[in-house]
Design a protein around this ligand. Sequence first.
Ligand code: SF4
Length: 231
Amino acid sequence: MEIGGLQKTTLIDFPGRIAATIFLCGCNFRCPFCYSGELVLPEKIKKQPKILEKDFFDFLKERKGLLEGVVLCGGEPTIHRELSDFCRKIKALGFLIKLDTNGSNPAVLKEIIEDELLDYVAMDIKAPKEKYDFFSGAKLVKKVEESINILKESQLDYEFRTTVAPGLKQEDIFSLSEWIAGKGVNYFLQEFNSQKEVLNPDILNLPVLKKEELEEIIRKIRPKFKTCYLR
Ligand code: SF4
């Protein structure tokens, strides 16, 4: 497992838990608004300092009783064949696991849910179906849809979340909210941070919805969900 970063403590990434976050290298999407080029682009990954798996597990052993969980973040964790074994090792040390995913590998997601290796999943919804290819830089929307359904049918705690990228319009959020709606669904909108470097700077020329507009959208879509708010 190629580990490109470790945040030793987070109080906000794993709902209700004190956790550490690890950043795994590699991603099968190329979202134009992505802030994590060093974990996505092979030429940048090469230059990114790596953390040895052994050092990560030594760190976890030292933190037993202090941390409750581990957040697996990317890049995209589900592209790694060793993910399941990696989760098993974390679980064996007594930690809870949250997975952050782009939802592009429903078979892997289903397997690790069925093997009871996950405690929480946060899945990105990049855009409405009809614009998914543009906002993900990939052609995997059918896989994403399968993952949406797997999570909805699971007994697991999960959330869907959308970073409101430049170019996403009010009607896009309405359209995607219809797509993912459900009385058991937690859904969050996240403001785009225009200060960070992105994969495709051309996207910065597109208009970004303002905070007041997002709050107005949330008021309208909230009844479709269990919870829905702006982060
Ligand atoms: S899914 Fe998109 S935003 Fe997330 S790491 Fe991959 S390219 Fe970046």
